[in-house]
Design a protein around this ligand. Sequence first.
Ligand SMILES: Nc1nc2c(ncn2[C@@H]2O[C@H](COP(=O)(O)OP(=O)(O)OP(=O)(O)O)[C@@H](O)[C@H]2O)c(=O)[nH]1
Ligand SMILES: [Mg+2]
Length: 179
Amino acid sequence: MCLLIGPAGVGKTLLLKRLQAINFLSKGAVNGIGDPPTTIPTVGTNLVTILTGQKNEITVRELGGSMGPIWHNYLKDTDTVIYMIDLTNRLQVSAACIQLLMLLSHSDTKNLPFLLLFNKIDVTTAMTQSEVQSLFRMNGILKHAVQKINILEISAKSGNSLDKVVRWINSNHKQAEQS
Ligand SMILES: Nc1nc2c(ncn2[C@@H]2O[C@H](COP(=O)(O)OP(=O)(O)OP(=O)(O)O)[C@@H](O)[C@H]2O)c(=O)[nH]1
Ligand SMILES: [Mg+2]
């Protein structure tokens, strides 16, 4: 199972709705993706199954932003972690950074592939690469982390790069689970 974490309002539920509604395996799927469906803040967790290959389905568990402090209770069945950050929310940066560092330093995550998602790149006031670099000290975080970390800039609203998210989930998912 893939665990999707991040502070409140970063776009986790919208991402899952998009991944469920759109088949990103077929070329050109992102064209005409349509208006984003409405979301409400997630209470507890939100379990969603998405198609990641012609015959592959993977379950993703969103932990609502308010569940932040107890994320470690959900690591047991987790084989990949996605951490989402809102590029438009500068007030949330320090909390997001602390939570990310706690996740990366927890002993139970040391063998788990990590995907860092910077969401809402469709917004013109979104933080730029260099702002992210200085506010989050990304180089330092990546240098000291033991996990394999990939980074994507996406828009759950416009659909930008969501196909890459699906591919990442699929290729980092542990097939051994079933055997
Ligand atoms: N402009 C823009 N808005 C987005 C994007 N992704 C999500 N949103 C909006 O951000 C708000 C919060 O989205 P949610 O998906 O509910 O956020 P969440 O991370 O699930 O929040 P919690 O469940 O409370 O932790 C909604 O109004 C979304 O429409 C994006 O890529 N661009
Ligand atoms: Mg949610």
